[in-house]
Design a protein. Sequence first.
Length: 286
Amino acid sequence: MKNIDPVKALDDKVERLKKDLKSLGDRIDNAQTDAAQHQLSTTNQIRDTTRKIAKTNERVTELAESVHRLERLLVALNRKVRAGETRKADFDNWPEIGKPLIAKILAGQEAYARKTFTPQEAKSRRKAIAEYDRLAHEAIDAAEALTTLPPNAEALWRKKYKQWQAIVGKQRPEAPDEDEHANDTAVKSAGNEAVAQARELIRARIEDAVANDLLFPAWFENMLGPAAPPGKADDWLYTATDVVLYRLLHDVTSPANALGTAPQEQGHRRTLHDRLIVECAEYRKA
């Protein structure tokens, strides 16, 4: 019968476990090394791909700029060819839209820009004026009293002086002008009618130029493009009419810049200028 030493058997088992553990550790190390190499390879591939994409984007940008320059050259060439063969549209001379009509439009715009009082605001303003007048009368009486009070009337002197100081540095509120409000209403109405009349004349001439394939002025094409975008003819005509009207109202005569120098002050002109810039940019891209 074979005698088995339990201690030796346990030692042998421990040795086998150590070998298995070492083998497992070697496998984990190898796996980590493979993973690290794979990650490095993937990172390098991502970097290479990123560089390729960047170069491709640069190339696409260069090509887009080249196409844009080519388009501009073609447009310029087309204008030169058409200029020699086509009648030109005149959007700069408008004898039918005289100075009186333009003056009515500008007056209407000024009336809309002025502050107008609602009935409640007018009531509040009149109340503030009455309060100011009351304080002013008290201040006048107090000033007169200060010259006659005896030296020992210190408390009364302080009261009168306080009444005087209550009005010092203040200004009487401006009264709401009912007549001016009525005048502004009439001016606004006349301005609206003048705008409608001018826009009708301008739009008719633009439509005639489109129908007869006339050559647009350079400033017109620079702003609105050589033609109406597909499906947006009516919107394009509306904006084109406003561009021409803007030039008339603000005496813009630049042969290349449709709207001239951008206005610095806020108001109707600035609002219209900014709107036309945005709308025309969309038409040129379409």
